[in-house]
Design a protein around this ligand. Structure first.
Ligand code: PHE
Length: 343
């Protein structure tokens, strides 16, 4: 009996010593297992009770229970304090200082081509046009045939084409969007079609296999060449300044008749002649004409009732002129030193 008493006293003092050392709730749990667990120290001491007499046993039990209650009480108290501490540490760690200045993201700018497209479309939106778009992988039929450029037509040679299949191409112009709109929509039609076009040209200072066009199309009753001239005049003045004049030179496109190329007075010298316009005083900016009656007919529009005009603007060329850019490759190289100039 006195052995058992001693053992329990030692257990208690061992525990009291150990409990002052624990710092984490995990360590407290371990302590509990060590002293009170199934394979713990208390269990092995109680095993010795088998050798006690019947009078001694209840006394020993009482003693053991006192020690057990003491240990349990201590463990609970320590656990509460430690958990509180742990919570405070966590709260401190998770605290966010909302007054710290944020990380600044470098500011970008709109690409000069996007700017010019938006500006040109803006002028025509102001004239009551709406924007139409079409696929860049286009049917040969819409890109060529219905625009009166049948297979073998020499006009195909001037548009070196990327063929996807025999019947599908990367569109060489935005003109197929006209076809799509005219097939689907009854006149009056007033649209501008901005977009990428593709030609199998080698990349150099003035050529790129991908570039941008904006096509315009108006179809209604009684539309004349005068309407075309008036619209383009207004476009040129809004984009290049009030004093800008336009000049039409006869040209040929298979899908317009009559057709013309349109020049504007040089944005640099105003028409006197300088290096920008190579002494001409004029700069070519677009192709245009009255929609060929055959094209209208191809799209189910009666050319005896309706007429229309169309024009196509090269975006890169316009942007190069406006901003004095001498190499088309600048647009596609993503050089920040170039792009930052257009902020
Ligand atoms: N699609 C022609 C081209 O790419 C431009 C154009 C459009 C000409 C509309 C006249 C009318 O060359």
């Amino acid at each position: 009996m006195s052995d058992l008493k001693q053992d329990l006293a030692r257990l208690k003092s061992n525990f009291d010593e150990a409990v002052t050392q624990v710092l984490t709730s995990q360590a407290v749990e371990q302590l509990k297992v060590q002293f009170l667990g199934k394979k713990g120290e208390m269990t092995s001491i109680l095993r010795g009770m088998g050798g006690l007499s019947a009078e001694e046993r209840p006394l020993a039990g009482q003693l053991a229970n006192q020690v057990r209650e003491h240990i349990e009480g201590q463990i609970e108290a320590v656990l509460t304090t430690i958990k509180e501490k742990e919570k405070n540490v966590r709260l401190k760690m998770e605290k966010i200082d909302v007054t710290i200045p944020g990380t600044r993201l470098p500011q970008g700018a709109r690409h000069p081509l996007t700017k010019v497209i938006d500006e040109i479309c803006g002028v025509f939106l102001g004239l009551g046009f709406s924007i139409a778009e079409g696929p860049e992988i286009e049917l040969d039929k819409y890109n060529f045939e219905m625009l009166r450029i049948p297979e073998g037509h020499p006009a195909r040679d001037t548009q070196d084409t990327f063929y996807i299949t025999e019947k599908m191409v990367l569109r060489t112009q935005t003109s197929p969007v006209q076809i799509r709109v005219m097939i689907e929509q009854e006149p009056p039609i007033k649209i501008v079609c901005p977009g990428k076009v593709y030609r199998s040209d080698a990349l150099d200072a003035t050529h790129s296999p991908i570039f941008h066009q904006i096509e315009g199309l108006v179809v209604d009753k009684g539309v004349t060449m005068g309407d075309l001239v008036g619209s383009l005049q207004l476009f040129a003045r809004q984009l290049f300044g009030e004093k800008t004049e336009i000049r039409l030179r006869p040209h040929h496109f298979p899908f317009t008749e009559p057709s013309c190329e349109v020049d504007i007075t040089c944005w640099n010298c105003g028409g006197a002649g300088c290096r920008t316009c190579k002494g001409e005083g004029w700069i070519e900016v677009l192709g245009a004409g009255m929609v060929h009656p055959g094209v209208l007919k191809n799209c189910g529009i009666d050319p005896d009732v309706y007429s229309g005009f169309a024009f196509g603007i090269g975006v890169e060329r316009t942007a190069m002129g406006r901003y004095g850019i001498d190499d088309i490759r600048n647009f596609y190289e993503n050089d920040l030193r170039f792009l930052r100039q257009f902020r």
